[in-house]
Ligand binder design. Sequence first.
Ligand SMILES: Cc1cc2nc3c(=O)[nH]c(=O)nc-3n(C[C@H](O)[C@H](O)[C@H](O)COP(=O)(O)OP(=O)(O)OC[C@H]3O[C@@H](n4cnc5c(N)ncnc54)[C@H](O)[C@@H]3O)c2cc1C
Ligand code: SF4
Ligand code: SF4
Length: 435
Amino acid sequence: MGGAAPLASPPMPHDLVAAPDGGADLHVADGVRAPVLRDAAPRGLCTDCGVSRMEDPKACGRACQFIRPDYPGMEARVHGRARDPARPDELHFGPFRRMVRARLAAPRPGAQWTGITTRLAERLLEAGAVDAVLTMAADPSDRWKPMPVLVTKPEGMAACRGMRMGYAPLLALLEPARAAGHRRIAVIGIPCQVHALRALEAELGFERIYVIGTPCSDNTTTGNFHAFLDLLDERPETITYLEFRADYHVELRFADGRSREIPFLQLPISKLPADFFPLTCRTCVDYTNVLADITVGYMGGEGAQWLLVRNARGEELLSLLEGEVELSSPGSAGKRAGAVKGFLANTVRAAGGLPLRRMPGFLKPLVGWLMPRIGPRGLEFARARVEMKAVETVLFLRRHAPRRMRAMVPAHVWALVAPYGLAPGPTERPRPPPG
Ligand SMILES: Cc1cc2nc3c(=O)[nH]c(=O)nc-3n(C[C@H](O)[C@H](O)[C@H](O)COP(=O)(O)OP(=O)(O)OC[C@H]3O[C@@H](n4cnc5c(N)ncnc54)[C@H](O)[C@@H]3O)c2cc1C
Ligand code: SF4
Ligand code: SF4
């Protein structure tokens, strides 16, 4: 269960104010502003991470996760070494120094889980370690829509708590941040944003960038997400919180303080249109944000948060929470192979445009009861999800953009899907890294 208080943060005042660089920004809260950004340049596979809105939109060619990612090279540059499949769990989760279950002793109101992500950034601002944090607040017109904001005061981080669905141009904030004179910054981002940030980091001219990452999967446009909410409840506008929990339930919270748990098997997934998830989010290859200094997720946490401390800067970040975060060792139980094979069979049908195989209605309550008890749990659940994502990447890209397989699917993804009988064809084998 997410330990956060039930309601999202209260509505904030939004006014237009003059920005330091002369533009008219949206004032979201004290110390929180949303600069006016350039329009996005047209792109094919793209989650509008913001690079195409920068002064040089051609930077996409060097930065984009969807063009020719070099994960081993970038992992080595950021963490000092690439993932080592001989170390436990690195093939699945990328390089890390340690993995922990964690919760804030005092969960923050409005946070998605206990609020570790926003608290880390708040501590950086409190300690004066950064001048600004680049992250998302809720768009004033839609609580589910992410809006990129620059936060310069610790108390401003409260307006950023909680998960929004969709993507927004986070990295387009880099230039306004630099123009405002910020030299040391923190960026909170999802994997496709962090990949582009890391690719451009050296040329941006900041003195220091702390990168706090969250895992990400099954994202879609905010518009599509509203269609999903419409299927979940008669009054979707009253839903304030949604999370796919590691105990195989979706948790919903409502404006009146109620909450509801729906077993995964009862979700109306088969009613969603075939294009509900964009090809980007079906085929991205970094679920756990391997290029962040610290990844803050939940799926290996068995009801708590799950942290991957990836390098010395990640350790420095976690040390900021000393005395306020409770840490324990992650557990692991169950076996993932059966679940991943079932997912593979259904994904083969979905990738080919066929309807999903549905479980007979009378079996659903029984299987729904069994899954949290005998299904993969803890780290085994996280491994299962990473393998499922790898299977989905291979099947969907092969079907919908086969010519991109060689450039977009790195060797570690092939290693993850090998136990399930998937292997690269002659035109799909990744090229050896340059040099
Ligand atoms: C679309 C999406 C899918 C995710 N899927 C998984 C998953 O499958 N497994 C898993 O372990 N974790 C997943 N996460 C991350 C999970 O929600 C985090 O563990 C959680 O947000 C951190 O909890 P917290 O209480 O520390 O965060 P909080 O302190 O509440 O902070 C959340 C932070 O996330 C930022 N944020 C919110 N929405 C977005 C967005 N759409 N784009 C970019 N930044 C955003 C906020 O600005 C804020 O800084 C996902 C996150 C997103 C946005
Ligand atoms: S995701 Fe970012 S880097 Fe990739 S094409 Fe879109 S804007 Fe450019
Ligand atoms: S699922 Fe992948 S491509 Fe889509 S928003 Fe998340 S990290 Fe980006």
